[in-house]
Design a protein around this ligand. Sequence first.
Ligand SMILES: Nc1ncnc2c1ncn2[C@@H]1O[C@H](COP(=O)(O)OP(=O)(O)O)[C@@H](O)[C@H]1O
Ligand SMILES: [Mg+2]
Length: 477
Amino acid sequence: MKVIWEPQGKQKAFQERPEYEALYGGAAGGGKSEAMVIEALRQVEIPHYTGLILRRTFPQLENLINKSRKYYKSAFPEAKYNEQKHCWNFASGAKVYFGSMQYENDKYNYQGQEYDFIGFDELTQFTYSQFIYMLSRNRPTGPGTDVYIRATANPGGVGHGWVKERYILPAPPMTPIWEEVEIVTPDGTVKHMKKDRIFVPATVFDNGILMQNDPSYIASLAMLPEAERKALLYGDWDSFEGQVFVEWRNDPSHYRDQRYTHVIDPFPIPDHWRIYRGFDFGYAKPFSVGWYAADPDGCVYRIREFYGCTKQPNTGVKMDPHEIARNIREIEKTDENLKGKTIRGIADPSIYDGSRGQSIAEQMEREGVYWEPGDNARIPGKMQYHYRMAFDKTGRAMFYVFHTCKHFIRTIPTLVYDEKNVEDIDTETEDHIYDECRYVLMANPISPRQHIPAEDRLGEDPLNMREIKKGKRWYEQ
Ligand SMILES: Nc1ncnc2c1ncn2[C@@H]1O[C@H](COP(=O)(O)OP(=O)(O)O)[C@@H](O)[C@H]1O
Ligand SMILES: [Mg+2]
């Protein structure tokens, strides 16, 4: 018998997983797309089986479709590919579709559809809401099919943050992660259901076939700029191409001395320091309130946050402005660093929009919470972050965050550049805290400081590329 395709070690581990969701890869060249295209075939003997393989944009699908042409036809000579529908029709009646969803709302093109299998290739390019929407399309097309989700990913992209939180952070690789979800049925009874997922890591070093056929591929990965190289070659989820705040440092061993770290231990704010409160409104998306203290030298500390996010990333708690304001009052009455202080509120200028009735600002004023409109110049605002995050010779920055501000610490490092508007942040990412803080920084602008990078914290470098690249342009920090 002629073997058409055989999984390599890690691909086999991925294809054997019993979990509902499995994320494979985490680096370039690990054989991710191959494993995905083959996985979609698992149930094609079942006549009503329907599979779907997704990439964010249609042109990116070409690589996957080519792989399917190579393998599907040889494995199932009677299978036919329909170019218009981007669909393979198998003799049994089963179907495997290739699809994309470039724009956020393209997800609704899949409304009313059912797929037993959905495979996301390069999941970090999708938004969380697209992913979650498609989970609702993952249903049995008839009796006897296994219903599940598979995905591949590299670090980086608009989805970096939520993918890392969902698959990478909760448990070590190859450890099943269980999530309990609460479902309220129409009659009001609450049901608890469990779903499981897992991350199966692979890098190019796990793809012996590629290493043998194209040894220069590793060299090209090794020649990438620092952050991209660490991500794509070694699958490092802490660094990736397109990250906006590459200078961000969170080093618990320096929380106390505040050197070469932006995250620090909380401390009592002296009475004479000025206090600010920033605000970015959201309802279906999270809202963000942040409190800041400025020391006599103008250094700004984010000391407290109130973030309106559900347990799902980038999903709002749907709290109205009155209630947000009442919560703010409560926090300012009880927080030791805030009570009795004069607090200057600076907010997204759009909260003054009264074109659809009473503005958000007016509603909050009625509860005794006052704002002034922030400066929404986006690029200068981003530059204020950069200027303030730069460390001086002694490792001190002009901006710090108390380690209790969990959501700031979670979202700021995941911000990526917009592919079209390359100087600005991609607003598909969870950027509400970023915006809220930006208004406060713009109310206290500083001039650029000389940037002195934190000491090199590179880990292992098995290829010793650091030596090779010394002196070259891309080695510059
Ligand atoms: N099981 C396999 N059998 C044969 N070739 C494979 C296999 N897995 C990977 N390859 C080879 O490795 C190359 C890279 O795999 P691919 O799945 O495209 O990587 P990734 O999507 O992780 O970047 C493929 O083009 C193919 O030549
Ligand atoms: Mg691929």
